[in-house]
Ligand binder design. Sequence first.
Ligand code: NCD
Length: 304
Amino acid sequence: MRSLIDILELSTEEINELISIAVDIIDNPGAYSEKCRGKKLATLFFEPSTRTRLSFEAAMYELGGNVIGFSEASGSSVAKGESVSDTVRAVSCYADIIVMRHPKEGAPLVASMKSISPVINAGDGGHNHPTQTLTDLLTISREKGRLSNMTVGFCGDLKFGRTVHSLISAMSRYDGIKFVLISPDELQIPEYMKQNVLDKIGLEYIETKDIGAVMPTLDILYMTRVQRERFFNEADYVRLKDSYILTPDKLKNAKKDMCVMHPLPRVNEISVAVDDDPRACYFKQVSYGKYIRMALILKLLEVV
Ligand code: NCD
């Protein structure tokens, strides 16, 4: 039995295999429609979600399986004081695979130690979000035709943005990757990411506040929302929330084939006027998310 808590638990070969399964599902959906017949997926969401939860549910239905779960802790025995470990242990008696999101860093890891079914981390606090990263890697490989030799800009809340941390970890293993980290001083990438990932491998990266100056160098621009729910005080959030707003004007000096990505939800950081630009990839990203999650479910249930 295998869980997925951190993206680095998967080798690059395994990631490539998941990408090719996802591409095969896109090309031949009918061949997969019965693969999970009789299996159940549980979604345990202790934090809000739209895409992650619903894409997992859609993924399981499209594989012929069923879904159980909750989208708010208040509807479960957690509201009575039950520990996350006990909840997950109980649910693993009913479900073949569990998808869990929790505001506490490390909660899905603890849950996976108690569960008798595989546990997938669907986001733990400001820490990791491995299935968004698989979504992002499928998107980049489909849109750019490669995962190596490119300059990737991350912009916004690099401190609390878990999708940023997981994608940097994953991309740092490909050749010829340069990172450009664009944020206000207060929202810079955490020190542990610098020490354990960026500096450890000796990766090339720069930190800057000035998105305009670096725009022409980027192959990917990964925008993120300022993570209001992780701030200690509202005044800091209000001061920082509109630090970056991407507009068609700001894209004028970007490469013609740059990809603008965003894990969504967007608040203000990408103007809706950008949605019609051919470089806007964030809604394509949403649809890739379902296919890579189908591939992941198949792999963890050892169906393919
Ligand atoms: C992200 C998350 O939950 O970390 N959303 C998602 O899963 N697509 C990004 C965010 O909430 O800003």
